[in-house]
Write a protein that binds this ligand. Structure first.
Ligand code: ZN
Length: 342
């Protein structure tokens, strides 16, 4: 199977690499900013092979004389940062919180084991094979950020201003978003998902909504989400409606004494958010939200909400099979490179 990715300009000197992958984990959008003989990368893909494809497309537009030696990492999830090793010696810029977060993220070796050594008959093993099985996590060295900041950081790319805003804790504890005031573009990282349900790990949801409102206040023309198609401000406002509705539903269902996975199943049954892929991720964002509603401040357990999501997805796949319906969430295997760019 072949992954296709689109690479092209969205504003003068601003390019986005968008892998096609509706209802897919791990296929993040990446960016390149080019101006005055300098370049800046925003996020790198999940694996070396995906990163090489992205960088080949990037080098074509920036030209041979411009080094790719600076990367901004929007947060410490592997699908946005594990490609950094393909740019040896590059400056890697992230929030201080992202640096600390990186230490508790699963390693490439652990993900490899979850895909290959887990029990395929158990929900988690089934789910990891299905959604992560096509990524090759071997040979990845996770590079920590070399430059960190808190609050706000201004950069210049060949004289073009780039402003980084710390926005975590939100999707993770260490999020940032990237604002290009002259081009009116924001790279939002996973503060914003388009097309699929988000999976928010740090929360609470009101902090993610607050970050989205900060992005809207900057009056961008385009918002590049961490995953999925580009959004206009109207599209982001619609996504804000989703986040606010989900927070309200969480309060309601938590107040009724439901567990997070029960609440996720109910919202899916009600088809409350039609048209969004990976609905089982509601179990992850709701686990996060319920943890806050419970006043639980311990470091979140990552695999448990993932297992809740896996159980929901498998139950849905089994029931789709029994009723003869197409399995809408069947993901496409992402990594059979070569990537076609267009
Ligand atoms: Zn992501």
């Amino acid at each position: 199977m072949k992954l296709t990715a689109h690479f092209g300009p969205i504003a003068p000197g601003v390019y986005v690499w968008q892998p096609d992958g509706g209802a897919a984990w791990g296929l993040a959008n990446c960016g390149v900013i080019r101006a005055g003989g300098e370049a800046l990368i925003v996020d790198t893909p999940y694996t070396p092979a995906l990163t090489d494809a992205f960088l080949a497309a990037a080098r074509e537009v920036i030209g041979a004389g411009t080094p790719l030696d600076r990367v901004v990492v929007t947060h410490a999830n592997g699908d946005h940062t594990w490609g950094s090793q393909q740019l040896p010696g590059a400056e890697i810029i992230a929030t201080q919180a992202a640096l600390e977060h990186q230490c508790v993220e699963p390693t490439p070796g652990q993900l490899h084991a979850l895909v290959h050594d887990s029990d395929p008959d158990q929900p988690l093993g089934w789910y990891f094979r299905r959604h992560f099985g096509a990524f090759d996590f071997s040979g990845i060295t996770v590079l920590p950020p070399t430059t960190t900041f808190t609050g706000r950081q201004e950069l210049s790319v060949g004289g073009t201003p780039v402003v980084l805003y710390e926005a975590g804790p939100a999707h993770t504890v260490g999020d940032l978003f990237v604002h290009l005031p002259e081009q009116r573009v924001v790279f939002a990282g996973d503060l914003v998902f388009a097309g699929d349900h988000p999976s928010h790990w740090a929360g609470p949801l009101e902090l993610i909504s607050a970050a989205c409102r900060r992005i809207l206040d900057l009056e961008p023309e385009w918002i590049v989400p961490g995953h999925g198609p580009l959004l206009t401000p109207d599209g982001l406002r619609k996504h804000l409606g989703y986040l606010d509705n989900l927070a309200a539903q969480a309060r309601l269902l938590h107040g009724q004494g439901r567990t997070a996975p029960e609440a996720a199943r109910l919202l899916i049954e009600e088809d409350r958010y039609p048209g969004l892929g990976l609905p089982e991720r509601l179990a992850i964002s709701l686990s996060t939200e319920f943890r806050h509603l419970d006043g639980n401040r311990t470091v979140p357990e990552l695999l448990l909400p993932m297992e809740h999501a896996a159980r929901i997805a498998r139950d849905r796949a089994v029931s789709a099979e029994h009723t003869g319906q197409p399995d809408a969430d069947r993901t496409t295997a992402p990594e059979a490179i070569p990537i076609q760019t267009s």
